[in-house]
Design a protein around this ligand. Sequence first.
Ligand code: UT7
Length: 332
Amino acid sequence: MTKTAFLGLGHYVPSKVVTNDDLAQMFDTSDEWIQQRTGIKERRYIEESGIGPSDLAVPAVQMACKNAGIEVSDIDAIIFATLSPDFNFPGSGCFLGDKLGLPGVPALDVRNQCSGFLYGLQIADAWIKCGMYKRVALVGGEVHSTALDFSDEGRDVTVLFGDGAACAILGPIEEGNRGVIDVEVHADGSGAKDLWLEGPASAYKPRITHEMIDNKTVHPSMNGRHVFRWATSKMPEVSRSVLERNNVAIEDLDWVIPHQANKRINEFVAQKLEVAPEKVIHNIEKYGNTTAASIPLALSEAIQDGRVKEGDLVLLPTFGSGFTWGAALVRL
Ligand code: UT7
């Protein structure tokens, strides 16, 4: 039976490092508060205006293709998961396809925030299993820094997010036990406004006003404690569901690579799942929360530094704005 294999991973982050102390120069916060509450030490921001998620994705895709042993021209479909598309329309996938020199290759944008990579993985898995495409570039890419509120009012959200991109090249595999075993995703829009970016909005006429800028509607806002509670409940729940459905015990897992939203959230999740802390991979201290890019970025780094190896059994749980959440079980 055809399965979907991770053929190669790649990632890219901009060179500009922004430390907690740098943020403390701009608004009322401290390195101590940020590290204690989130585990974050620094994050990356684009170096200058004009760099979008599709630009960050180009080197990530090139690296993933190299690691997969394919040419960029072999890609026959793009899925681009992002909550911060380069422009309102068209989607970042179209910009990326053009920048990679892939005219005619279909490009689908997925707008499922921190769960975007898993939603994209479920789609890619279905495409590949049914024989529609053979080399899918599944990208998570974000530029958050251009939307953040660098004043005291925005500090709870601004300290969390960073820019970056990562890509998985996915393709069919006929033999062996490697491949995507299962992907389960969910959504509950009753929490949509607990973590959102309201404007500019097509629901308003005009879509943007000076008042919206003055009221800070153009920056993301969050009900942090509420999101925290949901994340620490839904991530273990969906993880257990995927594991049980596939008769996999926690002890069978080689690694858990959760979405990197807050190190404390992931410590809670690990505790609830009773998974050994040393099996849980995190890089939030270096990059903050890169939403759709966070899981493939952590996976790509862990493969690059030799921790995660071919054949390892990996659980990928996530939770984010929407609310959306999910978990994937993959034999790499
Ligand atoms: O990708 C998924 C989406 N995001 C998440 O999963 C994030 C979920 N939420 C969280 O991670 C946490 O709620 C935060 C890290 C955002 C906040 O941590 P918390 O422990 O829930 O803090 P809090 O919101 O309850 O605020 C505690 C205090 C407040 O001051 P008072 O009212 O106790 O005087 C805040 O005003 O910390 C204050 N505070 C800050 N202080 C320094 C909030 N943000 C900051 C800040 N620096 N950046």
